[in-house]
Design a binder for this molecule. Structure first.
Ligand code: FES
Length: 106
């Protein structure tokens, strides 16, 4: 199973084994990763699953959809590497992915 590392805003890292076909957000919630609240449950309608994708992974993760871009307008401290983690599907290619969570959501 692909491993994903979540770094929190205090610099602490947690690496979990993610299930293929799920999302980066779902794996965060299942593993009680802090700083991701995912209030809409993955519907791309809340922007409380915001993460920063590590630069080395940006190409593989890909660009946000138009709908995700619109929701990112509501996220806190958006950067060029910002994504909504409910919109990132876990694939074998993403084994080793590193994301950082912002100090707050929304
Ligand atoms: S969980 Fe609501 S936008 Fe991702």
């Amino acid at each position: 199973m692909p491993k994903i590392t979540y770094r929190d805003s205090f610099g602490e890292s947690r690496t979990i084994e993610a299930e293929l076909g799920t999302t980066v957000m779902e794996n965060a919630i299942r593993n009680a990763v802090p700083e991701i609240t995912a209030e809409c449950g993955g519907g791309c309608a809340c922007a409380t699953c915001h993460v920063y994708v590590d630069e080395a992974w940006l190409d593989l993760v890909g660009k946000p959809s138009d709908q995700e871009e619109d929701m990112l307008d509501f996220a806190y401290k958006v950067q060029p590497n910002s994504r909504l983690s409910c919109q990132i599907k876990v694939t074998a290619e993403l084994d080793g992915l590193v994301v950082t969570t912002p100090e707050r959501q929304g």
